[in-house]
Design a protein. Structure first.
Length: 178
């Protein structure tokens, strides 16, 4: 009996890894070049990865490229922190990294405490965030470097969708409260 694999993306070779990696890094740096305008009304600004989901999430994309992506997000987060304007309201800059779906990773700038505190309250019938134990060290596991001032906080995310359950691991690095 023959097996028909409809999902051919698993077998496809990733072409242009070097060019795509360079474009990704340059795009992250370009998109985070300037500090965003303070927007109290929305409460935040965010920057998604400027790369195709099929590239960064592929099993064929080397860990080295994924590590470079995470490190670039962290470096640009640190750069934005150093560019933060003086403000009467609290402003926090955070790198958000999603495992296994790196494509959802982003840099987030929170304006004020209201949206920031509400952002981390995820416990309802559709979504639950469970804090990860302190025993896990994402920095060592992925061999990334973070500034001494950064806090790393992880969550196990469980999404309930009809009959399906999805699980992710979410990491927030930067100006995060412990």
């Amino acid at each position: 009996m023959r097996y028909l694999n409809i999902d051919t993306s698993v077998k496809k070779k990733i072409r242009g890894k070097k060019r795509k990696s360079i474009d990704m890094v340059e795009g992250i740096i370009r998109d985070s070049k300037n500090f965003p305008n303070i927007d109290i009304e929305n409460g935040y600004w965010h920057m998604h990865l400027p790369i195709k989901q099929s590239f960064i999430n592929s099993d064929k994309t080397p860990i080295k490229v994924k590590r470079q992506c995470i490190q670039t997000i962290i470096d640009c987060t640190n750069k934005l922190i150093s560019m933060k304007p003086k403000s009467a309201i609290p402003v926090r800059v955070i790198a958000y990294v999603n495992f296994p779906d790196l494509w959802y990773s982003e840099i987030i700038v929170f304006f004020g405490d209201n949206y920031y505190k509400g952002y981390f309250e995820r416990d309802n019938e559709y979504q639950k965030w469970i804090p990860l134990e302190d025993k896990r060290d994402i920095v060592k596991e992925w061999n990334i470097k973070i500034p001494n001032t950064f806090v790393a906080k992880g969550y196990k995310e469980i999404l309930y969708n009809d009959d399906s359950i999805y699980k992710n691991e979410l990491w927030y690095l930067g100006e995060v409260e412990k």
